[in-house]
Design a protein around this ligand. Structure first.
Ligand SMILES: [Zn+2]
Length: 305
């Protein structure tokens, strides 16, 4: 279980997450008996993470998953920086799988495989043994978009000009009703509006940020009573302290994003002209890694010559 206290430093690896064992470039149906229970539609999305070996041996202790302490603060930034398949694999070796399972309706009906972004909101949290790489890629892209939107709002509040309209969000007429707010890459934010002329882009950006995070917390976060705190100021003499937790890495990532927004965490874009990913601003560091730092250096050298 992963504790989601805002200030918590030591947390626990979600019990339902497992360290991926191998990565396969292309998946073929019916490879082995162990994965017989995975939804066939899921498999059709191609490249995937497999965890079978670890579920059987390495990570489980008896029938109980091994719990690991780790710091979940800032995990949304770490996640957003994953670029290559290797990066994703390394990250998942530490934090496990996202904890997302295919929609229930796939179990009962033979449906055509839709575009991945069309099913993203039908997916649900659950015990996960396999996850297609495309699922990871979609969420990495989504967290990056949300961090960029957050950065724009932070700049705006500091008096700087913002680049939300066209660069981050666009409004388009929907066929059936009103207008929709879209990301600049053409993907729908799932936010409809009646009268676009009544809404500013800043207002819309705040709504997109809040609702997009909330979409992926649904069904992912639990609240437990952590302890009874004696409190003489209360008529009843105590209050019940709450503890938020999740079994699902993806919920922890979106929850962290929410906390970063509420704490006004400083954010910048990576200084490499080829990268420009949103990163946490810490001191003078303005690159997501050494590779970006060297790339920026090479670029400057090229420009000066
Ligand atoms: Zn970078």
């Amino acid at each position: 279980m992963l504790n989601l206290n805002i200030k918590s430093k030591a947390s626990i690896l979600p019990a339902y997450l497992w360290t991926p064992h191998s990565f396969s470039e292309e998946y073929m149906l019916g490879l082995s008996d162990e994965d017989a229970n995975i939804d066939p539609h899921w498999k059709l999305y191609g490249r995937y993470f497999s965890t079978v070996e670890d579920v059987i041996g390495l990570i489980t202790v008896g029938n109980e998953p091994k719990l690991i302490d780790y710091d979940n603060s800032g995990i949304s930034f770490l996640f957003s920086k994953l670029k290559s398949t290797k990066d994703i694999e390394e990250f998942s070796k530490i934090y496990g799988l996202l904890g997302v399972t295919p929609p229930d309706k796939w179990k009962t009906s033979q449906i055509e495989l839709p575009n991945f972004s069309e099913i993203i909101h039908d997916l649900k949290y659950g015990k996960s043994y396999f996850e297609p790489l495309i699922l990871w890629e979609w969420h990495i892209k989504n967290v990056r978009r949300l961090l960029k939107l957050y950065r724009a709002l932070l700049k705006e509040s500091g008096g700087d000009s913002v680049e939300i309209e066209e660069n981050l969000l666009t409004i388009e007429k929907l066929d059936h009703r009103g207008y929709g707010v879209f990301w600049s890459d053409g993907e729908f934010t799932y936010i409809d509006i009646d009268k676009p002329e009544d809404r500013s882009y800043i207002e819309l950006a705040k709504e997109v940020l809040a609702k997009s995070i909330a979409l992926f917390l649904e069904g992912g976060v639990n609240i437990y009573p952590s302890k009874i705190v004696e409190n003489k100021k209360k008529s009843i003499g105590f209050h019940i302290a709450e503890l938020r937790s999740t079994h699902h890495l993806l919920a922890a990532i979106y929850y962290d994003l929410w906390q970063q927004v509420n704490e006004s965490t400083k954010i910048t874009l990576c200084g490499s002209p080829e990268c420009k990913l949103p990163i946490q601003k810490k001191g003078r560091k303005t690159y997501c890694n050494d590779a970006c730092k060297s790339a920026a250096w090479r670029y400057r050298k090229l420009k000066n010559n």
